[in-house]
Design a binder for this molecule. Structure first.
Ligand SMILES: [Zn+2]
Length: 68
């Protein structure tokens, strides 16, 4: 699967989608990114979201569902 044209890369540590130009994850400070990811989930209220529990997301934000 091609990732051309994707405006984001994903932090491997916390799955947050960040701008491709970012050097450090604004959420966890990690520099470990992947440009191979699939699906986007926007978490507004992690406590009420079943997908955020499934993905172990604890903060509101925009996340990749699958990091390759
Ligand atoms: Zn992160």
């Amino acid at each position: 699967m091609s990732t051309r044209g994707k405006p984001f890369k994903v932090c491997r540590k916390c799955k947050t989608l960040v701008d491709k130009k970012a050097e450090v994850c604004p959420v966890c400070g990690s520099k470990d990114f992947s440009e191979e990811w699939e699906g986007v989930v926007v978490v507004i209220d992690p406590a009420k979201s079943s997908i955020s529990k499934e993905l172990e997301l604890t903060k509101p934000g925009r996340y990749a569902i699958k990091v390759v």
